[in-house]
Design a protein around this ligand. Structure first.
Ligand SMILES: [Zn+2]
Length: 173
């Protein structure tokens, strides 16, 4: 498949809500493969959501290393389709980055423990509990599906500074 260009904020596809996936067909499987290929091409990214490669559908991929899989036995890339949180509990704060806002980062408060319901790539409904790092990744990627990025949790001053930097990047690309 193909590594696709990752859109830079504030591209309009990044700031709109994405649509639910109705059927897991070949096009969705190809989309998931493109997300994985794009992450591998860019390197060193925890997750990527479909709108970041210009597809406004509720799909994201997270690369979950074994030390963050909370003992559920998974390792590597996993696709999450139509995710929704059925529990969010506690709080922690960490520094977030995003492939759509290269070179920048900001502090974001996230729920410490989440339970996320989603459809997997085989079309089965699943629930996944996650804490801390992985829970934070799920929340960051789910936000993308609602047109929200970490920059939306920052002060308006920081948001404007980053917007100017990204506009220069977008103009140069
Ligand atoms: Zn992101």
């Amino acid at each position: 498949m193909t590594a696709r260009k990752v859109l830079i904020w504030p591209d309009p596809v990044l700031t709109q809500a994405s649509k639910p996936v109705e059927k897991i067909d070949a096009s969705i499987k190809a989309l998931v493969q493109d997300l994985i290929d794009s992450m591998e091409y860019e390197g060193n990214s925890a997750g990527l959501a479909a709108p970041q490669i210009g597809v406004p559908l509720r799909v994201f991929v997270v690369n979950i290393p074994p030390e963050h899989n909370d003992g559920n036995g998974t390792d590597g890339f996993e696709a999450f389709i139509n995710p929704e949180f059925i529990l969010k509990e506690g709080q922690f704060e960490w520094e977030e980055r995003c492939m759509s806002i290269p070179g920048e980062s900001g502090r974001v408060k996230r729920a410490y423990r989440v339970i996320m319901r989603y459809t997997d790539i085989r079309g089965a409904l699943q629930e996944r509990e996650a804490f801390d790092y992985l829970g934070g990744c799920f929340q960051h990627e789910s936000d993308h599906l609602d047109g929200k990025l970490w920059i939306d949790y920052q002060s308006s001053l920081k948001k404007e500074l980053v917007r100017k930097k990204m506009q220069k990047l977008r103009a140069a690309s």
